[in-house]
Design a protein around this ligand. Sequence first.
Ligand code: MN3
Length: 383
Amino acid sequence: MKKKIAILGSTGSIGTQTLDVISEHNDNFEVLILTANNNADLLIRQALKFKPDSVVIANEEKYQYVKDALKDEDIKVFAGQDAIAQIVETADIDLVVAAMVGYSGLRPVINAIKAGKNIALANKETLVVAGELIKNLIQDHKVAILPVDSEHSAIFQCLVGEFHNPVDKIMLTASGGPFRLLSKDDLYSVTAAQALKHPNWDMGAKITIDSATLMNKGFEMIEAKWLFDLNIDQIDVVVHPQSIIHSMVQFKDGAVKAQLGMPDMKVPIAYALSYPYRMASNINPKMQLGDYANLTFEKPDMERFPNLALSFEAIGRGGNAPCILNAANEVVVDAFLKDKCSFYQMSDIIAEALAHIGFISEPGYEDYVNTDKLTRLFAQSKL
Ligand code: MN3
């Protein structure tokens, strides 16, 4: 029996690599649904190759273009955010790969959980924005969330077989990003083009900027809190520039388990798709540890990278604070990518948003939607 997969965000970095994994293991998986935000041409090429039942393009202006291109195929074509949120409820789906970027992932993931679907979660913003809500839904609907993010996959792999052993703390590794060695003076004038040259990981533009500001690590800390049911004081961040150790777990006896490998997202993607099994691969890179004589570790610098401190603040406050953090960040990262905002303006505006937007201690879904909207307007007004 092939596992039937829906990929939300199939044209992005994680989406395309998920399809690479499925191509290598097409005896195990069948692509049922593909959705894309805006990249109609790639969505069409993917649909012609993988022959899904349905595709959805979020940008409704591209509906006719996709429809025409697939008119000779037995593939249903839909458009719009509502269609993406609905299609995850399709009866046959065994696993939803949530690989879209940013806040747009929240509603489809909620609907998929409510429909009883297991989720391979690459969209970390879902847990950043609404971690408590998602955690409760997962328990109510008894679905599995399989982490795709490399650090969380590493922790998940370290925890296999350890369910009866309480965790002392986790150590999330961070590459430190492209600006790890720059002084504060230099950071005032860095550009998006410089940030997009990430040393180790090949990722989408938004997450690459988040990696350069360490916001990505702040988000991952919040993601880890909800995935593994941890307190914030059980989460350490350690800078490890070689990105060979993908994260670690320390148990109460002092033993530390780490998961290592070459930095390639196909490994954690494949594990999420095939868990609890591991699939032999000829395309995933294998490690020669002798090539890495020096594995080094540093403490993160929260003064040069204030977004990490802002993330600690947001998760410490709880409620809708991480939602504010995320919405302000999405606005400023978009502006930074268009050279309309400087490196430190990004964290200044996020800090202002955290101070200015009304705090809600126990938000429901509508509160998250409102917080997101208000924060975006506020952050836009500061640019
Ligand atoms: Mn990561």
